[in-house]
Design a protein around this ligand. Sequence first.
Ligand code: GLC
Length: 483
Amino acid sequence: MPSGGRPWWQRALLYQVYVRSFADSDGDGVGDLRGIVQRLDYLDWLGVDALWLSPVTVSPDKDWGYDVADYTDVQPVLGGMAALDELVAEASARGIEVIVDLVPNHTSDRHPWFEEARSSREARHRDWYVWADPTPDGSPPNNWRNSFGGGPAWTLDEATGQYYLHNFLPEQPDLNWWNGDVRDAFDEILRFWLDRGIAGFRIDVAHGIVKDRQLRNNPDPAVSTYNANRDDVHDVFRHWRRLVDGYRPERVLLGETWVMELDRLARFYGNGEDELHLAFNFPFALSPLDADVLRGIVEATEAALPERAWPVWMLSNHDLARFPTRMCGGDERKARAALFLLLTLRGTPVLYYGDELGMPQARVPPEQERDMAGRDGARTPMPWNGGWTNPWLPLAAQVAPAATQRDDDGSFLCFCRGLIARRRSSIDLREGLYETLSAPAGVWAFRRGEHTAVAVNLSDEPAEIDLDGRRELAPWDGIVADV
Ligand code: GLC
């Protein structure tokens, strides 16, 4: 845990581990928690302060862990609870925190709550899910669509004659957050993990867990006006913030806040101290690598966030195509420039495993696809230089493995590690305020804190900029200057 004036999660570099693909300790082709333990020295060497683990809870894996059948136990293939406890202890010995994924929007249809709920209309857990009668012609209760394929967000349960809501797969029934018992159950789940020494939660579908109570039709069926994005969700986060604030050392709530309007994003921070600690910025992650566009997003974010709120930036995750391909067209110079920005802006940076290697999106042949939504190309095994036999997804790395890059000072990995070290050693880069500086077209320049200026050339032309004197900037190059 880094020390100093700001809370650890503001000073930290976070690293997202897609557990099934990070490191395999037992040779079954699936990455696991003991595999992460074996790679902790690497993560420590890189300069990682906290891990966010993709879901490790028990799941039939229709959506690879995001369909939870037991919120308080660990998936056997990932190593079970003993392996998680071992990881938390071993990580902690190196000053690394562990954050877990929490999926409150929906359960698996194999969760005992849902199995009981669908047994009859009078079932004890019936109202823990969202049920509604068919319309007179037998069709779904309203026009809500699911996010996987865009079909109806409703499936008819033949036995009890009602539809249940699922914003994702039919095997992922949505919980009813208007039911107080659901809220109480999640309080217990949060406490269960916090009591085990977990440093916080990445909250899946944070923007979407509360739905319109009256199940109104979306005015535009393609826009989730009523089946997500309801203001009532803020009551839940205020309550969770009070709950986690009761714990020491400090814990963190990191939301998957998939909203494209920055003023809406800002609201997940509440007054800056009473809702989520961090809310993911999707407009930034999904931006083209363009100086004007990115600067505009960062300025608007800085302006929208409440005073004490702290931004969080990422370029890749398990749902998006990897940034070196999506944002940078496979050009390594551009990928270095994007990473340079990630690690010099004000806010907590989050690396997705493999980002530090410049790992591009993989092409997974159709017969080897495992994800129903086509996201495998961002989830292939981490290239260590060995360590995988018959991995669950092909080892598709078109990039030098970590071990090779580690020995090469000019590698993407060493570039990334150097930036992390620079950030760690500079209070301005870690904590300083952001202020845009004037810069020629294609260049983005900003001040950080008292004495630091950053400039990055996001163009194919060489540029000149005056920071601590006139400086040449090669295409796609960045500089940090003392001013
Ligand atoms: C989130 C997850 C994604 C999952 C979806 C449904 O968006 O990041 O992987 O498929 O929620 O749980």
